[in-house]
Write a protein that binds this ligand. Structure first.
Ligand code: BGC
Length: 386
């Protein structure tokens, strides 16, 4: 409607004029909103289906940047506007980011928590406002406000981390099958776990110990430091520097002379890089006496470290697939449909067993970087240095 036609229509009639003007203003606003959403869209999606808040823990780890980007673009392609926020591992920041999303009128929330137990109150607010919440990769604990959980099979991730270590030592195949010509050992191993406030960390550690414990019990593996309990080996916030200083302490206190560490169970690539730095500063060099080190996330620097032999393996969890699953769950809930789940037993969050979809992770070693990461377009050969 042009200004001229409004003037013609309302001539001499103030009430009508006001009504028509507000109609026109509303029209401009709709046009403005449409412009905003297409500005924000990276996949050319609409945005008029509503705002979805996506809360991610930190940008300090590459995987969460990939997760955030993938969730955002897939939601935009589905017609939503996305408010993607990173909290730099600061819990109050994440709480206030989620509060803001609720205030802005989000129709759904996708949340990868920093500490899975600290969002109970803000998620209660979401529930009161009828906003569905999808837990992304990490379980949201102590709340009944979460609808569904999209993640990988975290117990299997732990099994795979342990299998990769055993494989590197020559004891098993990558799937954990014992090798006929396995060396007798004993091998010295040190254990690291993730952040104690992340529900995944215990799953990874328990999954790994399920595999390693029999080898420790029969003397094939020896934890020289004696540090085997989760509480002793956990790494707050998955922090690489914390892991580095713990590894340095272990090397100084436990490994001297001919006693060398042969393997390190590491739950995450950033922790593995800390462990590698500690080994280097203690005089270890890549070669015969360099230990077997596991990891997780297929972060670029760590894939490069696998190519150069500093790290033996990582666990690949394709963030694009996880994003797709979370987006599928979110849109299903918003359309009053039931999303597909494949686990309704394992993820009790303290309030109830959260219906979950578990994707399947895979082990990456030097020999399968090409098929797992390059052929799937996760990294290019040039990026990883192949
Ligand atoms: C994720 C892992 C990641 C770790 C540290 C966990 O919750 O499942 O993939 O390595 O957090 O960011």
């Amino acid at each position: 409607m042009t200004k001229k036609s409004i003037r013609t229509l309302v001539k001499g009639n103030t009430v009508k004029k006001k009504a028509i003007l507000s109609l026109a203003v509303a029209g401009f606003m709709v046009a403005g909103l449409a412009a905003c959403s297409s500005d924000g869209g990276s996949g050319g999606g609409g945005g008029d289906k509503g705002l979805i808040g996506v809360a991610m823990p930190t940008k300090s780890s590459e995987r969460w940047i990939q997760d955030g980007d993938a969730v955002k673009s897939q939601l935009e392609d589905a017609g939503y506007t996305v408010d993607l926020q990173y909290a730099e591992d600061d819990i109050p920041t994440q709480v206030s980011q989620i509060e803001n999303m609720i205030t802005k009128g989000a129709v759904a929330l996708v949340v990868a928590s920093i500490d899975g137990t600290t969002l109970t109150n803000v998620l209660d607010d979401a529930k009161s406002a009828d906003i569905p919440v999808i837990a992304y990769d990490r379980l949201l604990r102590d709340t009944d406000a979460v609808s569904y959980y999209a993640t990988f099979d975290n117990q299997l991730v732990g099994n795979q981390q342990a299998w990769s270590v055993l494989n590197g030592l020559g004891l098993t195949e990558l799937d954990g099958t014992a090798k006929a010509d396995a060396p007798a050992g004993p091998f010295n191993i040190e254990l690291f776990a993730g952040s104690p406030d992340d529900n995944n960390a215990t799953f990874f550690f328990n999954g790994a110990m399920e595999v390693l414990q029999p080898y420790i019990d029969n003397g094939t593996l020896v934890v020289q430091s004696g540090q085997t309990e989760f509480t002793a080996v956990a790494t707050l916030r998955w922090d690489g520097e914390t892991a580095q200083s713990r590894m340095e302490d272990i090397l100084t206190s436990t490994y001297s002379g001919d006693t060398k560490v042969n393997a390190v169970l590491s739950p995450y690539d950033g922790i593995s890089r800390g462990i590698i730095s500690a080994l280097e500063s203690s005089g270890y060099t890549v070669g015969a006496e360099w230990p077997i080190i596991s990891g997780q996330d297929a972060e670029l620097d760590s894939v490069k470290a696998i190519v150069t032999g500093e790290q033996y393996a990582t666990i690949f969890k394709d963030t694009r697939d996880l994003a797709a699953k979370a987006v599928e769950m979110t849109t299903a809930v918003l359309n009053d449909e039931e999303p597909e789940v494949n686990n309704t037993t394992d993820y009790d969050n303290g309030e109830f067993v959260v219906p979950s979809y578990l994707l399947v992770p895979s082990i990456v070693v030097k020999d399968n970087i090409q098929t797992e990461l390059i052929d799937t377009d996760y990294w290019t050969a040039a990026e990883v240095g192949l």
